[in-house]
Ligand binder design. Sequence first.
Ligand code: SF4
Ligand code: F3S
Length: 106
Amino acid sequence: AYVVTENCIKCKYTDCVDVCPVDCFREGPNFLVIDPDECIDCTLCVAECPVEAIYAEDDVPETQLDFIALNAELSKEWQPIIEKKEPLPEADDWASINEKRDHLQR
Ligand code: SF4
Ligand code: F3S
């Protein structure tokens, strides 16, 4: 499966959502995750994310490995998002900030 990592937090651009053929993105207050049981590894979402937050599970950077379990966990709690919407208001300010996992809201 593909995995959403830290760069998405407080940005949530949602370009990824529009291209997913199986609607497997789930939405939290300031982050999206992918349901690993639904993702068909089509790769389409990777190029859409302006902050390069999405990786194949096998390519997730070492500092982001905990996000594999986090996507699996939160995808069972959060609801599907199937259409692109406005990014979070301060998305552009947070886009260049790499360490922001403490800001993740559940
Ligand atoms: Fe959806 Fe394809 Fe991305 Fe998986 S890889 S989340 S199926 S767009
Ligand atoms: Fe997040 Fe990138 Fe999608 S910022 S909402 S993973 S387009």
